[in-house]
Design a protein around this ligand. Structure first.
Ligand code: CAA
Length: 380
């Protein structure tokens, strides 16, 4: 067992850290207040190669490993998860799905611009009545010979407006249940696609989240990903990797809040000494640090399994579960350590707490992760 990172992994981590600490930090509070999309940061991350970092170089990606991805996601998320969620969805849900299950023509046409970060992607699975219960897809994609005709509504779509490329999950053969579901690549600007308003979210406010309505949208036959009826498995396989990205995001949120709380506790004095010298605070920090280290190990283990080509679905569910719960715990404690200062915007920890909450919800709630883990252990 080797706990050391390679030189390349450290360079990638450093490059993400430099960008986050130097650039993202400058306007993060302002973008959060205005819920403003981080256009120039997305462009800069594309130039750094982070938007398609997991994609093979032959499809214009960065050809980096999943460990490097975890390291980069953590650094960006320490400062701004509105940006890291765009990076995670593009890499893990959109690019991965096309690279793993698409045809050469699909990769040439759709994957390359996504991997270069010239376009960004969105993953359309959730519906008003199909969130956790993802098999209950009501959006239909009816086979019309040379094309599919899509009708329905998708909800909570990250990058719903800013994405140019959608990966859409829809029901083709309702009588077959989940075995009748398909996955498609859809041009976001196709006639018949309309968007709901920008969701006014609690946290990650500057990533754009929308509902997306499909009315008689024509999707060419060649845009289907995988065999007829493969769509549900496609979504599940894709989410296994997506959860590594969100786990790493939660890890970064927790680490960012912890570092701020540690720093504050070394500066702030009460009862004649820095508050870190009070056991009540020191034990909080020790607990936060220990939970974060455990989350880091889960993230790196699931990334390592993926890189080794071994099964990683249960490991990524454990990583996401533990990291998200840790992020919520640590950010809440970080606010508490800051006292009144923690409750105002300029100290950042209240924003990190709002961001942490979303990691317990999207890409499978904490309860869904426990369902996946419990099913895995009952099958051992
Ligand atoms: N890999 C491959 N196949 C899988 C699989 C996996 N990881 N998980 C399930 N399947 C297969 C099963 O084998 C089964 O196939 P067969 O019938 O052929 O055996 C089929 O899928 C159905 O599986 P289940 O019976 O287990 O289905 P279920 O209804 O009990 O639900 C679930 C399973 C794990 C709860 C699933 O519904 C789920 O993951 N729900 C959460 C959905 C989710 O994460 N949504 C996030 C939205 S995306 C998002 O948030 C993106 C964003 O913008 C940030």
């Amino acid at each position: 067992m080797n706990f050391e990172f390679s030189e390349e992994q450290i360079m990638i981590q450093q490059s993400a850290r430099d960008y986050a600490q130097r650039e993202l930090i400058k306007d993060v509070l302002d973008r959060d207040a205005k819920a403003e999309f981080p256009t120039h940061h997305v462009k800069a991350l594309a130039e750094l190669g982070f938007l398609g970092m997991l994609v093979d170089v032959k499809y214009d990606g960065g050809g980096m490993d999943t460990i490097s991805y975890v390291l980069a996601m953590e650094e960006i998320s320490k400062i701004d998860s509105s940006v890291s969620v765009i990076m995670s969805v593009n890499n893990s849900l959109v690019c991965y799905g096309i690279e793993a299950f698409g045809t050469e023509e699909q990769k040439e046409k759709w994957l390359k611009p996504l991997a270069r970060g010239e376009k960004i992607g969105a993953f359309l699975l959730s519906e008003p009545e199909a969130g956790s219960d993802a098999t209950s897809q009501r959006t239909t994609a009816i086979d019309k010979g040379d094309h599919y005709l899509v009708n329905g509504v998708k909800n909570w779509i990250t990058s719903g407006n800013s994405a140019s490329t959608y990966v859409l999950i829809a029901q083709t053969h309702a009588e077959k249940g989940h075995k009748g579901i398909n996955a498609f690549i859809v041009d976001r600007h196709s006639p018949g696609i309309t968007l709901g308003p920008h969701e006014d979210k609690m946290g990650m406010r500057s990533s754009d989240t929308h509902s997306v309505m499909f009315t008689d949208v024509v999707v060419p036959k060649e845009n289907r990903l995988g065999e007829d009826g493969f769509g549900f498995k496609f979504a599940m396989k894709t989410l296994e990797g997506g959860r590594i990205g969100i786990a790493a995001q939660a890890l970064g949120i927790a680490q960012g809040a912890y570092e701020r709380a540690l720093q504050y506790s070394k500066e702030r004095k009460t009862f004649g000494t820095e508050i870190i010298n009070h056991q009540a605070i020191a034990f909080k920090l020790a607990e936060m640090h220990t939970r974060i280290e455990a989350a880091r190990f889960f993230c790196l283990k699931s990334a390592w399994l993926k890189d080794q080509g071994k099964p990683y679905g249960t490991a990524s569910a454990m990583a996401k579960y533990w990291a998200a719960e840790t992020a919520m715990y640590v950010t809440t404690e970080a606010v508490q350590i800051h006292g009144g200062y923690g409750y105002v915007k300029e100290y950042h920890v209240e924003r990190l707490m709002r961001e942490a909450k979303l990691t317990q919800i999207y890409e499978g709630t904490s309860e869904i992760q426990l369902m996946i883990i419990s099913r895995a252990i009952s099958n051992i």
